[in-house]
Design a protein around this ligand. Structure first.
Ligand code: SAH
Length: 346
């Protein structure tokens, strides 16, 4: 164990079985040891700066049926919405005046937004806000589509692999979805030149430490610029309604491990972490995260983008969210900065 931690502290690669050992040994003592080192490593790269991204959840229509997700096509209780280009541009305008220099456009896989439509939206944002980074999180597309969006001005792409184990993937998704395609998408995004974010849910149904170790091995090899992780949280209108949520403790340990594996990683303290504990995001930062993603979506639609039950930050205006985030970060000794927050590895 000592040797494993030693090598993790030196950012040396670990083997699959060594990651399993770390995960099996999760204790308050281990979390504290790793978090302390993770914070000093992060400070040496990023100081006390916390990057913010303005999240715009622009559609909750989705053609997919992921068993864990509240906006899956099969959830007939979901009230669906779409934002038109002008709505999206107003979110950006509001965000820009609040100091945001990155916009993350996230949505279900909604065929309404064809490549032409997305190219138009991305080009418009890019033209109006040349000082901002544009991030897309709209699921699996062909290499050609990703290339067109990149050429239109998209800089970054978030696509969580969800799990790096094909058998586990099959337990979370219906047969028409493919693990290999998702992995291929991630490789294509990186080759095209996007800053790429992958990631997974912690404690998703049927997940084992063996599965999580596979995620860590994948990340070690793939070297993404960002990794988004958060606890799995059940949604009552999904086939997984009776499953258990992921835990705060597992998520925090994983954040520290990820920071130690890659000191330059962009690592958000996610909304789901803030949902399972009122101070979850603060704890995520103290474990080694360095990004927060306040919501810029219009208040009127926020409650409809319900990926999981009890999702936080669905009632306030963007300005309130930013103020809240500034105060929360300041209270624990960090500072929200309004820069693009690019990967140091560019
Ligand atoms: N359609 C896009 C965006 C998906 S939503 C895509 O396919 O990439 C963004 C992330 O929310 C997902 O990648 C998933 O990891 C997470 N998510 C979905 N349902 C969740 C749940 N029940 N609990 C926690 N996270 C969830």
């Amino acid at each position: 164990m000592k040797d494993i931690i030693q090598r993790l502290f030196l950012h040396k690669p670990l083997r699959h079985d060594e990651f399993v050992t770390l995960l099996d040994s999760n204790s308050e003592e281990l979390r504290t040891e790793l978090a302390d080192k993770a914070c000093s490593v992060r400070s040496s790269v990023f100081g006390k700066d916390i990057y913010i991204r303005g999240l715009i959840e622009f559609t909750n229509y989705c053609k997919n049926n992921c068993y864990y997700c509240g906006i899956r096509a099969g959830n007939s209780n979901a009230v669906r919405y779409r934002l038109e280009m002008n709505d999206i541009l107003s979110c950006c305008e509001n965000g820009h005046s609040l100091g945001f220099r990155t916009f993350v456009l996230q949505g279900g896989e909604d065929p309404y937004y064809t490549d032409d439509v997305m190219v138009e939206i991305v080009s418009a944002i890019s033209k109006k806000y040349p000082d901002c980074a544009i991030t897309l999180s709209i699921g699996e597309k062909s290499r050609e589509s990703y290339k067109r969006l990149f050429d239109a001005g998209a800089d970054r792409y978030l696509l969580r692999e969800e799990t790096s184990d094909e058998e586990h993937y099959k337990r979370l998704h219906p047969d028409n979805m493919s693990f290999n395609n998702r992995m291929e998408c991630l490789r294509n995004l990186k080759e095209i030149g996007y800053q790429v974010g992958c990631g997974f849910m912690v404690g998703s149904p049927y997940q084992t430490h063996d599965n999580l170790a596979s995620d860590l091995c994948f990340i070690q090899e793939f070297r993404p610029h960002m990794v988004g992780i958060g606890p799995y949280i059940t949604h009552a209108d999904t086939p997984f309604a009776d499953m258990n949520n992921g835990t705060l403790e597992d998520t925090l340990l994983l954040i520290s491990i990820l920071r130690l594996m890659d000191p330059e990683l962009l690592l958000p303290a996610t909304t789901s972490l803030g949902t399972i504990h009122p101070l979850g995001r603060e704890m995520g930062i103290k474990a080694g995260a360095n990004v927060v993603m306040p919501n810029l979506s219009p208040v009127g639609v926020r409650k409809q983008y319900m990926l999981y039950d009890n999702k936080i930050c669905t009632g306030e205006e963007a300005a309130e969210c930013v103020g809240c985030m500034d105060r929360r970060m300041e209270a624990i000794g960090y500072k929200v900065v309004t820069s693009r927050g690019d990967s140091p590895r560019l």
